[in-house]
Design a protein around this ligand. Structure first.
Ligand SMILES: *Cc1c(COP(=O)(O)O)cnc(C)c1O
Length: 348
């Protein structure tokens, strides 16, 4: 790479800035497995408030937060209704089966979002041969559909439907702050009606590590035990929670700039031959471009871009994902757009 790299693989690549690092250096800490880390306690309380739930739990990763929720909510041998390209089904190494003995019932959503009638039709009937439905899990934003923000109305309908059937509902809100920013809503308006919600501190919000799981006091107390079971109990982790508190304070407002950058990138790609993007479908910080070509066209484009110092990831053989974030400002984006244009001016 001759030019400095511009990393658009994910918003997880964001690095803690000076404000975060100094808060981390000064954090008051204690042993969190004993429930004695004051900074973690503050972060858990603040996260519960932000999501409209009673309690929160700090966990090392979003994957662990989801897997804990699955384990607590759904009995062994039950089914989990989820979207076919959702994180819990597609990107967690089969964790629901491996760790909790659960079976996915994946449904293909409308651009990654499931509707109440669709979920209702998939709930298992009370029949002697059927595995019962143990949980319904939604994702907001829906990553593989290009970061679509799920509006509160349809999400609430699914949660209410679950409540009527006595089935718990979980929200995988890895990027729920992006959804809130895109819709101009408080995070709570998108999360309070689910039985549990997880969100990532370590993506666009810029913390170095950690995710939050929120729900009722009883749910979180069970989740705390499962966190230990899965090896996720940490000790003086207020060091990380201090960064998480700053991420929370920044909130959805900090993500609006990333969405502006994503729109600019999408508009530029829409004018570039060789890839297809509909900028009107770009609502948050993810741009998915369809590559014209055959075989592993996405893999070839990603390689060619890397040679020009622009990093992206292939989603499958024909789709490339770009994610904007706080460490790529408008000037770096100008340069990325130029370089992508150069690469696409040659046959891939
Ligand atoms: C990133 C992400 C996760 C997993 O978080 P990790 O911290 O990478 O384990 C889960 N769900 C969604 C929707 C995500 O975007």
């Amino acid at each position: 790479m001759s030019q400095p790299g511009i990393d658009l693989r994910s918003d997880t690549v964001t690095r803690p800035d000076d404000e975060m690092r100094s808060a981390m250096a000064e954090a008051e800490v204690g042993d969190d497995v004993f429930g004695e880390d004051p900074t973690v306690i503050r972060l858990e309380e603040a996260s519960a408030r932000v999501t409209g739930h009673e309690a929160g739990l700090f966990v090392p990763s979003g994957t662990m937060a989801n897997e804990i929720a699955l384990h607590v909510h759904a009995p062994r041998g039950s089914e989990v209704i989820c979207e076919a390209e959702s994180h819990i089904f597609h990107y967690e190494r089969g964790g629901m089966a491996a760790l909790s003995g659960l079976m996915p019932r994946p449904l293909v959503g409308e651009r990654g979002l499931l509707s109440a009638p669709q979920v209702e039709a998939a709930i298992a009937p009370d029949a002697v041969y059927r595995a019962p439905t143990g949980l319904v899990s939604l994702e907001n934003t829906a990553m593989s559909a290009g970061g679509l923000a799920g509006a509160p109305g349809p999400q609430l309908e699914v949660a209410e439907l679950c409540a009527r059937h006595g089935i718990p509902s979980h929200l995988d809100g890895g990027r729920i702050f992006n959804a809130a920013a895109a819709l101009g809503l408080k995070v709570e308006a998108l999360t309070h009606f689910f039985d549990s919600v997880m969100f990532s501190l370590s993506k666009g919000l810029g913390a170095p590590a950690g995710s939050m799981l929120c729900g009722s006091r009883d749910f979180i107390s069970a989740a705390r035990n499962v966190r230990k079971l899965f090896g996720g109990g940490m000790r003086q982790v207020g060091i990380l929670a201090a960064a998480g508190l700053i991420a929370l304070e920044r909130g959805p407002a900090a993500l609006v700039a990333d969405h502006v950058q994503a729109k600019r990138l999408a508009e530029a790609l829409a004018r570039t031959p060789g890839v297809k993007v509909d900028p009107s479908e770009v609502e948050t910080n993810i741009v998915v471009a369809e590559v014209e070509g055959d075989g592993d066209a996405a893999g070839r484009l990603v390689e060619a871009l890397a040679e020009h110092g622009v990093l992206a990831v292939p989603l499958d053989r024909l789709r490339v994902r770009f994610v904007t974030h706080r460490d790529v400002g408008p000037e770096a984006m100008d340069s990325a757009i130029d370089r992508i244009g150069d690469v696409l001016s040659q046959p891939i």
